[in-house]
Design a protein around this ligand. Sequence first.
Ligand SMILES: Nc1ncnc2c1ncn2[C@@H]1O[C@H](COP(=O)(O)OP(=O)(O)OP(=O)(O)O)[C@@H](O)[C@H]1O
Ligand SMILES: C[C@H](O)[C@H](O)[C@@H](O)C(=O)CO
Length: 489
Amino acid sequence: MSADVTRHIAIDLGASSGRVALGTLQDSRLSVDVVHRFPNGALARADGLYWNVTELWREVLHGLRLAARQGPVDSVGVDSWAVDYALLDEQGQLLDGVRHYRDPRTDGVMEDLLRTVPRETLYEHTGIQFLPFNTVYQLVAQQRRSPDLLARTRALLLVPDLLHYWLSGRRVAERTNASTTQLYDPRQGDWSAPVLQACGLPAQLLPPIVAPGSDLGEVCPELAHDTGLRGTRVIAPATHDTASAVAAVPASGPDWAYVSSGTWSLVGVETPAPVISPRALQHNLTNEAGIHGTTRLLKNVMGLWIVQECRRAWGELDFAALYADAAQVPAHGPLIDPDDLRFLPPGTDMPLRVQTFCAQTGQSVPQTPAQITRCILESLACKTAEVLEELEAVTGRAIRTVHVVGGGSQIALLNRLIADAAQRTVVAGPVEATLMGNLLVQAEARGRIPVGKLRETVRASVTLETFVPGPTPTQRARFARVRAATPAP
Ligand SMILES: Nc1ncnc2c1ncn2[C@@H]1O[C@H](COP(=O)(O)OP(=O)(O)OP(=O)(O)O)[C@@H](O)[C@H]1O
Ligand SMILES: C[C@H](O)[C@H](O)[C@@H](O)C(=O)CO
């Protein structure tokens, strides 16, 4: 490998699939080769929903071996979904399985906690969207159900931090993912002692916060031997997958927003500082940490999860074919509120939940997979448009271009629907923004690209597709009426 070509490995664990990719940087361009892709999802046990972290680790090791075969690797880093964590004992062993954020043990916990800790106080200290599965509510649920387990815990690691520990032996909490827990104060840049205290949670379990780009040392000797990654540095990227995706948004001007479109739709803007205001609280916007000290002001929207669960019920139809069929369904059909909590839990009754929502709100009931998929996509587009308006209201900044990145950016129909509903230009791609952001933060930390040139490198490395809005649609106004007419689940 010549000195001006470097290779880095990104491990990206998404809620529906994981991948190990080898990134090659040459002439200020990044090429990404996904060497191993594997499915991911909830593992149901009698006592709840878990992630199968042992299996994920086995898949990751397989991917690392494949990548190492292609030559020396400069660095490796992990990102994943947010909020979920592992508990370690004195010896650094897992004390329990890693719970899935859709596990029902948090049902009612947020509402209960907010009776003693005011919503305004929690928001003032953390700036985080109130979602029932945030780490804070998971820990309160855990504390209530099995206090003995937390008493035996010596360290809590979020999922990418756990994998970094297994790779390097270092226990840290990388900032972008720590910021999603609702236990982190974005203005102080550290865990929030007042929130931990108010929620009765032990502060000593939380590891020190490190910035994205931190060097955690070499891959430990046993793993270097096993995988072939000799002398490879472990660099914590932006470990929250959304933060890595946002780092790779190929934007250049000042007036853009992003949609990180996958299992979730993360709709947001980048701001220089947290925006913690009564208006941001009113719209339940979140302030997550980005790279270079930025803030990701965004909202979690339920996303393609609803299609994924319907597809599971329909027998794993091909995504591309399903979306092509949905594109043939007449426009302006029924709508759902994708953020209605009835759509949060897993279940093969998801098509029925969509149909029931439509019936209860006095709309026509979609019947076929294509009609149901169309209904979900039109609703996601309307919801995206609504959030963009909220972001403009909260920041006072106009949004003219919407960058859609991630697996969902392949869905031409959805891109077009977003452009129409939001009346803004949509720029789609890259599909693998998360991998690119992960790789480029490592490359920047290793001095392989100039500081602050990530987006420029992405733009030089990918082809993008633009969707121009059509005539003002009627659906956006109907969406507000449907939401207003929604009965409690
Ligand atoms: N060939 C395809 N054509 C169109 N869309 C596709 C195709 N393959 C996958 N998708 C869409 O991409 C989605 C998955 O996106 P992605 O891989 O970014 O999610 P993820 O990483 O598992 O989730 P997250 O990052 O939100 O945790 C699927 O739900 C599907 O809707
Ligand atoms: C729970 C979700 O993982 C999280 O809120 C979201 O930000 C994410 O990580 C999507 O990949």
